[in-house]
Write a protein that binds this ligand. Structure first.
Ligand SMILES: Nc1ncnc2c1ncn2[C@@H]1O[C@H](COP(=O)(O)OP(=O)(O)O)[C@@H](O)[C@H]1O
Ligand SMILES: [Mg+2]
Length: 268
């Protein structure tokens, strides 16, 4: 059984993720795991230390994302693949897990099409078209290389960076990257570990959602969680069996995501 686990940047910025990585050891005895990490907050912090102010835009469908110009994509890949992934891989090795860090550029793991223009909603609520910069829409995942690594006993740790059709380095959203990987490889579960128990609507935790219900409630979900719902829909439509959104703050977060009650499950 293949599980894709995405660790949100929200958890990385809380401090230690030792308890999450340690829990992989239990889960790995029965399952194969591909880890995808986030880290947007750290990208912003380091960019600003380097004197590069980050700006965020809202797309026509209401999704918030980083505006990625040339300098920003350089900092983004430095922090994501250079720092965050390397640190996670080192930590996994220290507990005896053979992890291997890959960005979407390695072996063309994640191919994307550069968005040449973006339709955004400006501060006054009006639609505007701007230059796309270096963000991509994912078009394919090299599942062959992932399967090969899993078969050989490695745990892939994937940074949300893609390679464009003209070999540009592109920023892709971590949730969507995890979704595309999970869908393409036909994962049993895609687990989003984040800083809340799951999706809340009207103050209550939503424990189950069908694919159609997920599509219907999309507009009611706030920034951050909206991308996970969108990614869940994408993953299931591409071929993943189930999406679980659960807290990464619990003692055994992956075991809990698989066996616990207080979480959100999205299935066909
Ligand atoms: N309806 C909702 N239910 C739960 N969380 C929500 C909702 N709307 C917005 N959020 C926000 O989404 C956040 C999780 O997304 P995000 O901050 O991007 O985390 P991650 O780093 O794990 O991707 C939560 O901390 C919460 O503030
Ligand atoms: Mg997020």
């Amino acid at each position: 059984m293949i599980n894709v686990v995405k660790i949100g940047g929200s958890l990385l910025s809380l401090g230690s993720i030792d308890h999450i990585l340690a829990d992989f050891k239990r889960v790995l005895s029965k399952n194969k795991v591909i880890l995808v990490h986030g880290g947007g907050k750290e990208v912003t912090e380091i960019a600003e230390k380097l004197g590069k102010k980050q700006t965020f835009i809202i797309s026509a469908s209401g999704i918030k994302s980083r505006y990625t110009d040339k300098e920003t994509i350089e900092i983004y890949s430095m922090v994501m693949a250079g720092k965050i992934s390397t640190e996670i891989v080192a930590q996994l090795q220290s507990i005896g897990i053979s992890a291997i860090g890959l960005s979407g550029v390695d072996a063309c793991l994640i191919k994307a099409e550069r968005k040449k223009r973006l339709i955004i909603i400006d501060e006054r609520g009006r639609k505007r078209i701007i230059e796309g910069g270096y963000t991509g829409k994912i078009i394919s995942v090299n599942t062959k290389v992932l399967k090969m690594l899993l078969e050989a006993g490695f745990m892939p740790v994937v940074s949300p960076i893609a390679i464009g059709t003209e070999y540009e380095i592109l920023n892709v959203d971590g949730d969507r990257a995890a979704a595309y990987i999970a869908g393409s490889i036909g994962a049993e579960n895609i687990i989003f570990l984040t800083d809340v128990d799951g999706l809340f609507l009207e103050g209550k935790l939503v424990k189950h959602l069908s694919l159609n219900e997920a599509k219907r409630i999309m507009k009611k979900v706030g920034h951050g969680m909206d991308k996970k719902i969108l990614a869940a829909i994408e993953a299931i439509e591409l071929g993943a069996k189930r999406c679980i959104i659960s807290s990464g703050k619990r003692e055994f977060p992956i075991t809990y995501a698989l066996e616990g009650e207080e979480k959100t499950v999205i299935e066909k």
